[in-house]
Every structure is written in structure tokens, then in C-alpha cells.
Design a protein around this ligand. Structure first.
Ligand code: ATP
Ligand code: MG
Length: 234
């Protein structure tokens, strides 16, 4: 469970997060909103790249803002980035091992990497270099990095952007397996409303740093304010 209370982020005169209070409890929760709404900024606050000027965030009852980024990773926080971060001159297995080195005790590292490889279905290309991967495989590696160790919350920033419908569907099936197979909650940002509808039982809508709506995805997507502000309807 993610509990956000009265959160404010300020960059100069801009407040990309403005007095945000929200609690997310769904196993896979969605985060949507127009460009510049503050979605990535919220993920940056959760993972420790951005320090808010006010407010608190708790993950399963533990205050996150007091922790360093590394402490958050050790507490089970994982994230993927809007621009994928696969290391080009490392193999797929070593991209995963590079994460495991920091968070998994050495006797269990090989097993953790293998489990992640099996989960994302990339065992056949485990020895291929990052530079040889296509976009879908890169997104899978990003997802694999997120399930290494004992994840408690996985933050995904537009994991399906640029993928075909078929690839997006395959990614969705993997994400839906995470809560039961890894006991982790997932918070996913995406502009593809149909993907959010298929993946997230609960969705939060941000609109220029403010909470526009939060609740069951179907209810939220049918909300006239959401349709006006986000889906471009009058
Ligand atoms: N480091 C920064 N310094 C100054 N302004 C920033 C910084 N990061 C983000 N912003 C501003 O904060 C606002 C929210 O940006 P953010 O990246 O969180 O939006 P977003 O909802 O993720 O958008 P998108 O859908 O385009 O990815 C924007 O106005 C952006 O220009
Ligand atoms: Mg963003």
C-alpha cells in the first residue's frame, strides 16, 4: 500500500505535485494524466530522485522520504524508466546480475538472475549483449531488473510505449503475474488507456499536480471530469 499525504514538489515557480493526498491499495494500480501532469515526478519522489518540499509517503506503513535511494531499493522499491536503461555492452544475464550484486546475498544471486530470466522469457538470449536487443526485449530486461531480490513495490514508467499491440499484451500478462509471483505491488504509468483498463483494478488521475480522480479503473475512466481533462472530450 502506498499512502501519499499532502505532497508538494516545487521546481522554481512550478509545482508539478501540488498538495497530493492519495492511497493506492490495488495489486496493480494505474497512474494516468496528460503530458506534464507530474506522473514521472511522483515516481521520482517515490524512488528518491526528487525531494518534495512538503508531505509524506509511506510504503506498507514505512516512511519512504526518510530513506536514501539505496535504502528504498533494499526495502523492495524498484522502478523502470521512461527511457530504458539497458547496458549495451553487458549481456542480458549480466544486466540482471548488476542489480542482483547490490541487493541479493551472493549465494542466492545466480538463482535470482535465473528466476528473473525465466519470468521475462529471455533465457534463450541470456548471453546476448544489450546492444543486440530489440525494444521489446529491452523492456523485458527492464521488467526483469524490477523483480530481482524481494520487490515490494515496482514502479513502471510507460513500459509499453512504442510496443506493438501484441508485445504490449504480452507485457501486460507479465505485469499481472507480479503481485502473486513476487508478492509486490505495481504502480504503472501509461498513456494507453486500454492497457491501463486491462491491467489496473485501481487508477489515479493527475492533472497538473492535482488529484483529479482515484478509484476503480472503470469508474475513473467513466468520470466526466477525467474524460474532459484527459481524454479530450467535451
Ligand atoms: N527536474 C525538473 N526541473 C524543472 N521542472 C521539471 C523537472 N522535472 C519535471 N519538471 C516539470 O514538472 C512538470 C511535470 O513533469 P513530469 O515529467 O512529471 O510529467 P509527466 O506527467 O511524467 O509527463 P509525460 O506524460 O510527458 O511523461 C512538467 O511541467 C515538467 O516540465
Ligand atoms: Mg513522464
Amino acid at each position: 500500500m502506498i499512502a501519499i499525504d499532502n505532497l508538494v514538489v516545487q521546481f522554481g515557480g512550478v509545482k508539478p505535485i501540488n498538495q497530493l493526498t492519495a492511497t493506492l491499495t490495488a495489486p496493480v494500480a494505474g497512474l494516468i494524466g496528460p503530458n506534464g501532469a507530474g506522473k514521472t515526478t511522483l515516481l521520482n519522489v517515490l524512488s528518491g530522485f526528487v525531494r518534495p518540499v512538503q508531505g509524506s509517503v509511506a510504503l506498507n506503513g514505512n516512511g519512504l522520504l526518510e530513506m536514501t535511494p539505496l535504502q528504498r531499493v533494499r526495502a523492495g522499491l524498484r522502478r523502470s524508466f521512461q527511457t530504458e536503461q539497458v547496458v549495451e555492452d553487458l549481456t542480458v544475464a549480466d544486466n540482471l546480475a548488476a542489480i542482483a550484486d547490490h541487493i541479493v546475498p551472493s549465494p542466492q544471486r545466480a538463482e535470482a538472475v535465473d528466476r528473473a530470466l525465466a519470468f521475462i522469457g529471455l533465457r534463450p538470449v541470456a548471453d546476448k549483449l544489450g546492444q543486440s536487443l530489440n525494444l521489446f526485449q529491452r523492456r523485458l530486461v527492464e521488467l526483469g531488473k524490477c523483480v530481482i531480490g524481494k520487490p515490494s513495490l515496482i514502479l513502471l514508467d510507460e513500459p509499453a510505449a512504442g510496443l506493438t499491440d501484441e508485445e504490449g499484451g504480452a507485457l501486460r500478462e507479465l505485469v499481472l503475474r507480479i503481485p502473486t509471483e513476487f508478492s509486490a505491488q505495481v504502480l504503472v504509468i501509461d498513456h494507453d488507456v486500454e492497457l491501463i483498463r486491462a491491467m489496473c483494478s485501481e487508477t489515479m488521475v493527475l492533472d497538473y499536480g492535482k488529484l483529479l480522480a482515484l478509484g476503480p479503473t472503470e469508474t475513473v475512466l467513466a468520470d466526466p471530469d477525467v474524460r474532459r481533462a484527459y481524454l479530450g472530450e467535451l
